[in-house]
Design a protein around this ligand. Structure first.
Ligand code: KIV
Ligand code: ZN
Length: 514
């Protein structure tokens, strides 16, 4: 009873945030990181949304073991059967059926009365029972639903066979006292509540998702839904790393545990950043670069005397490494794999070989290879693993009158293409324009950054870029000791993401009516 079930929805709600869509290989990589973290449930996607979503849920169900794999479905037979089909191969499948219950949603979105909602909820849970006995039901916008009606819906869903009832604060409207009250009410008033686990799913519109989830746990919730780095619709979801570390650090108060291996939190956060290109702010709790940095002299003095003076958690407990061992060009494959594992990454087979080759090239250019360099190489591989177009070479020239010219060669499978662009607003613009000429994808650059990955003059540069194409946001990332190359790789990575999304039918949104 003291264990809180960690339900991760990075691959479903998280993937819905703008610019965070992932391809199949990336989803499998993130799913593996979630297994390493030891989450209890992975919500792998929304199978009816698109063929790509279906395929991803099916592949994760087939390949990922030792964890419950969940698929989302609206409350209708087609959605539920599609989820059941995708999850057929899972070791422990769960279908997550949802239907909005608040007055606003009933009146304006669903145009349904209360009785119809209850009948639909019962029918949905019963349909899901044809596929699995592990059924979660969510009354969407529960936090804004009339308490009496919420109790009725939850009771009916449990009676029909729901084993988990999830209470979403869909629009991030609740406060901790409000959310705690909603859960307490269900515990006290729903007669069959002991037959199901109560779950909570909070959005972060007011920055309260973690606080609201903790209040729900204090009042009887046994499952919390969350995402790595808190990504998700709009302002995001409850952040997995924050809720887990709050429960652990204040176990004296909450008296709850989770199965999470907290030393995997930083690697999981970094992996997600590399596959989505969505960085976390420096001062982000738990996984931000500054989360354990002490600047004030008085703090540093205290830390040297005793770290507990200013640190409530140890950096190594969340996966930051204290030692920054240095590898060099004489280090072998085993040393690299060992160091990678210490940093939280599994490197074997082809993956190890690829990173090892990149490491050797880097060690030739750079005398000392730091942990952050190794992490950047692994993450670079993860973000570009399924790139369609690859950079073969580039050349930049400034013509006599100061006009830049860029020549780029890209490859795609066996095909190679070289092109040149004269002019543009500077050398980078010229490079980006050649890539646009070759790939045929023209984007608008919305954000572009470069920063150094480790220390020293020869440090690797990491470039991140955000572009807009057809009203949608895509991100890209590139790493190299040459910052121009890093920027070119970032632009190409973003372009590849545009290409990846092209040709896919428009997604069914889970906000659409039933
Ligand atoms: O925010 C929400 O209400 C959801 C549901 C599908 C659980 O994501
Ligand atoms: Zn949500």
């Amino acid at each position: 009873m003291n264990n809180i079930v960690i339900f991760d929805t990075t691959l479903r709600d998280g993937e819905q945030s703008p610019g965070c869509s992932m391809n199949l290989a990336e989803k499998l990589e993130v799913a593996q990181a979630l297994v390493d973290l030891k989450v209890d449930v992975i919500e792998a996607g929304f199978p009816i949304a698109s063929p790509g979503d279906f395929e991803a849920v099916q592949a994760i169900a087939r390949e990922v073991r030792g964890v419950t794999i969940c698929g989302l479905a609206r409350c209708n037979d087609k959605d539920i059967d599609r989820a059941g089909e995708a999850l057929k191969v899972a070791e422990d499948p769960r279908i997550h059926v949802f239907l909005a219950t608040s007055a606003i949603h009933r009146e304006f979105k669903l145009k349904m009365g209360k009785d119809e909602i209850i009948q639909r909820a019962i029918a949905g849970v019963e349909r899901a029972k044809m596929h699995t006995s592990n059924i979660e039901f969510s009354p969407e916008d529960a936090a804004r639903t009339e308490p009496d009606f919420l109790c009725q819906v939850v009771e009916a869903a449990i009676k029909a066979g729901a084993t988990t009832v999830n209470i979403p604060d869909t629009v991030g409207y609740a406060t901790p006292a409000h959310m705690g009250g909603v859960i307490r009410d269900l515990v006290n008033r729903v007669p069959n509540i002991d037959k199901a686990v109560i779950s909570v799913h909070c959005h972060n519109d007011l920055g309260l998702a973690v606080a609201n989830s903790l209040a729900a746990i204090e009042n009887g919730a046994g499952q919390v839904e969350c995402t790595i780095n808190g990504i998700g619709e709009r302002a995001g979801n409850c952040s997995l790393e924050e809720i887990v570390m709050a429960l652990r650090t204040r176990s004296d108060y909450f008296n709850k545990t989770t199965r999470i291996d907290t030393t995997r939190l930083v690697p999981a956060s970094r992996l997600l950043t590399s596959v989505t290109g969505m960085e976390v702010q420096r001062n982000k709790a738990i996984v931000g670069r500054n989360a354990f940095a002490h600047e004030a002299g008085i703090h540093q003095d205290g830390m040297l005397k005793n770290p507990t003076t200013y640190e409530i958690m140890r950096p190594e407990d969340v996966g930051f490494k204290k030692t920054d061992l240095v590898l060099g060009k004489h280090s072998g494959r085993a040393a690299l794999a060992d160091r990678a594992l210490a940093l939280g990454y599994h490197l074997e087979g082809d993956k190890l070989q690829e990173v090892f080759e990149a490491f050797k090239k880097l060690a030739d250019k750079k005398k000392e290879v730091y942990d952050s360099d190794i992490a950047a190489l692994i993450e670079k591989r993860a973000s570009s693993a399924s790139d369609r177009w690859k950079l073969v070479r580039y050349e930049l020239r400034l013509e006599a009158d100061g006009i830049p010219s860029a020549t780029v060669t890209l490859s795609r499978g066996d095909e190679k293409q070289t092109d040149t662009f004269f002019g543009g607003d500077g050398p980078l613009d010229a490079l980006f324009r050649v890539i646009e000429k070759i790939t045929g994808i023209q984007v608008v650059v919305r954000d572009y950054r470069v920063h150094s990955v480790s220390q020293g003059k020869d440090a690797q540069g990491e470039s991140t870029i955000e572009v807009e194409y057809d009203g949608r946001v895509f991100r890209g990332r590139g790493v190299s000791t040459d910052t121009v190359e890093a920027s070119t790789l970032a632009f190409l990575n973003a372009t590849n993401r545009v290409l990846m999304s092209a040709g896919q039918p428009p997604q069914v949104s889970y906000r659409d009516t039933v």
